[in-house]
Design a protein around this ligand. Structure first.
Ligand code: NAD
Length: 331
């Protein structure tokens, strides 16, 4: 949490409600952009991810952790996926972020991770759109209509002069909820086929739990930017490996991209190698030019790294403390 706390501050507890109040989309964008830049400079690194099927409640549980020396964030996000939660009126993804003082190792803050996961994931695709999409992009294509999708849309349309959102989802009954958010934003919404989506969209976000390609290479227009956000586990897949091969590929972290991200399949098929993938932080830092022309297809593989969680949790802890709305407990 940077300079937000000292060893004498005790433990700050930041609820989900407070996180939503104090971390805006702009805050999340700035925090995620900064940490991606720090990662590419070697000032911040993620520790190996642990993710286990625990053999109870069909749950997947794990840890994502890291250290950002530049932002002084040290900590871990712990949580996972409980598929039965929806029936209990809870979101399936549940997580909590623990922040530690990097100077002493003392626990500094416990921060609710559910809202922050959604807002930092949306910030990730938004950072990629801001740095890689064509400046004249007008149509956003959404593949996916679950919990994350509305966060993704709200953040994405702030990056370009988007006039229309076209969407497709494997479960069409989920689309009206996404459509209502798009209309609330004052934009046109159209539910389309996958081929129509590719033909219309200038920017595409995929955010599903798919294990097979939902968008094929031949459906995508030249000049499209596509942010693949759903694939965060071995075996998951949202787009045709030939599309990954055709595109100029960027990611949050190469190690995660090739193991649990969208590029795992193109790598396995021998269509690309690790050296074909550029960390988005290099574009942020100005050491890679990013998009080189208006016809190029750019693809961002957003796998979701622990440092994103620590970055937004640090903002939440700092601002909640400044506003006096964090609960403080003596350690
Ligand atoms: P959700 O359960 O609310 O929605 C799931 C979405 O995937 C819906 O669009 C649904 O129609 C679709 N879907 C479900 N099963 C499918 C299948 N077998 N094949 C194809 N599509 C299927 O989930 P969510 O919270 O919106 O998350 C969506 C995905 O994003 C999840 O896979 C999640 O793991 C991933 N995610 C990634 C990050 C990241 O940082 N990259 C962060 C959060 C979530």
């Amino acid at each position: 949490m940077g300079d937000a706390g000292t060893s004498n501050d005790g433990l700050l507890i930041i609820s989900e409600e407070v996180c939503a109040e104090v971390v805006s989309r702009k805050d999340a964008f700035d925090a995620v952009e900064a940490v991606f830049g720090a990662m590419a400079r070697g000032d911040a690194y993620n520790f190996p991810v642990i993710r286990e099927a625990i053999g109870y409640a069909d749950a997947l549980y794990g840890f994502k952790s890291g250290f950002d020396k530049a932002g002084k964030s040290l900590g871990v996000k712990s949580g996972g996926f409980w598929p039965g939660n929806m029936a209990k009126g809870l979101t399936n993804h549940q997580s909590t972020i623990f922040l530690f003082n990097p100077d002493t190792g003392q626990l500094q803050a416990l921060v609710g991770g559910n809202y922050l996961t959604a807002v930092r994931t949306a910030a990730s695709s938004s950072v990629s759109i801001a740095h890689l999409a064509r400046k004249d992009a007008k149509v956003l294509g959404m593949v996916g209509a679950g919990h994350q999708s509305t966060f993704q849309v709200r953040a994405a349309v702030e990056q370009r002069d988007i006039e229309k959102v076209v969407a497709w989802n494997p479960h069409p009954d989920m689309l009206p909820k996404l459509g209502a958010v798009v209309e609330e934003l004052g934009l046109e919404f159209e539910a389309v086929t996958q081929e129509e989506l590719g033909a219309q969209a200038d920017v595409i976000i995929t955010i599903t739990s798919a294990f097979e390609p939902l968008m094929m290479a031949d459906w995508i227009k030249p000049g499209t930017h596509i942010a693949c956000m759903g694939t965060d586990t071995k075996g998951k897949m949202e787009v045709d490996a030939n599309l990954v091969a055709r595109a100029t590929v960027f990611t949050d972290e190469i190690a995660q991209s090739i193991s649990i991200g969208e590029t795992q399949h193109a790598i396995e098929a021998g269509l690309i190698t690790e050296t074909d993938i550029t960390p988005i932080g290099a574009v942020i830092n100005g050491t890679h030019a990013g998009r080189s022309n208006d016809e190029e297809i750019t693809l961002f593989d957003g796998t979701g790294v622990g440092l994103q969680d620590l970055a937004v949790a640090s903002v939440a802890a700092r601002v909640a403390k400044e506003k006096g709305i964090a609960t403080s407990v003596a350690l």
